[in-house]
Design a protein around this ligand. Sequence first.
Ligand SMILES: [Zn+2]
Length: 376
Amino acid sequence: MTERFSFALNATDGKARTGVISTPRGEIRTPAFMPVGTAATVKAMMPESVRATGADILLGNTYHLMLRPTAERIDRLGGLHKFMNWDRPILTDSGGFQVMSLAELRKLTEKGVTFKSHIDGSKHELTPERSMEIQRLLGSDIVMCFDECPALPADRARIAESMRLSMRWAARSKEAFGDRPGHALFGIMQGGLEQDFREESAEALKEIGFDGYAVGGLAVGEGQEGMFACLDYAPDMLPVDKPRYLMGVGKPDDIVGAVKRGIDMMDCVLPSRSGRTGQVFTRYGVVNIKNARHQDDPRPLDEHCGCPACSNYSRAYLHHVFRSNEMISGMLLTWHNLHYFQELMQGMRDAIAAGTFAAWEAEFHARRAQGDIEPV
Ligand SMILES: [Zn+2]
């Protein structure tokens, strides 16, 4: 097993890419979908179950973990991998995005952000240096730069000011991260939907030099059309030989569109969160298991899916346990959703390797247009 972080691009098809990220904790096949383990758990899933869905890497949230149980406590207990019983790669975000969206009474300065915890109102500070320290204490394999981004739409002046602050923070993050063989630091491109700011941001990040590059500041209210318009050019501004990560995306069709435009990694709470609210992703689109039409349906959610929910349970049962608020409902539906997302990624990896991505994509959309099969 490798002792260093590296990325090998194996094949491209159009702009879509497939490859392997190697880390001391294992390989990550790309394009990769990363389930989100916010509070050191992918909700409703055992880590071995998450692995069984095909996930090579998880995402952990700095903001949540620094507040509870704290990075120092996790470090004393042997690091995040041991703490949550996941020995494969973990990517942690920097806390910046969640401070902006969750914390109360934020104060933003050149130095960083001070805020009050959404849990108990206690006061905290996050700076590039503190974010690097927290992610080091957690033992994260892929560390994200501390950054800031406005919700869209925002005016150009606000987007430029925010992007330039994030670039200064990126340089401080790199300095604070230091030299840690086997661990990677990713820079985050900002600039909203403004192509000139994206270019400026990409140049600033490449000048600093990172192990991978994220496209940040999307999935913040711009809609799929705005996101794809940005992804039509943004990935091309980043180095070809480094992984490209689109943060916080997304729905299956967002993911397919992002991979088509040259993205290698993504994360989203959607499959796990939806699993708990009865929303199920299938090859034929979204199924709402709470709908009464499932109550006498003996068929599985998707007869072509090999997950435990589809192998062993009927729609009628899944409808019943959801309506009865039974815990197994969230467990089975989350497992299915994560399995579906991982199969989606595997399908794209295979198609890119075979040079058949366009045909794969056409079939993906055609099947979804057909819709869920209604019981007769
Ligand atoms: Zn399934």
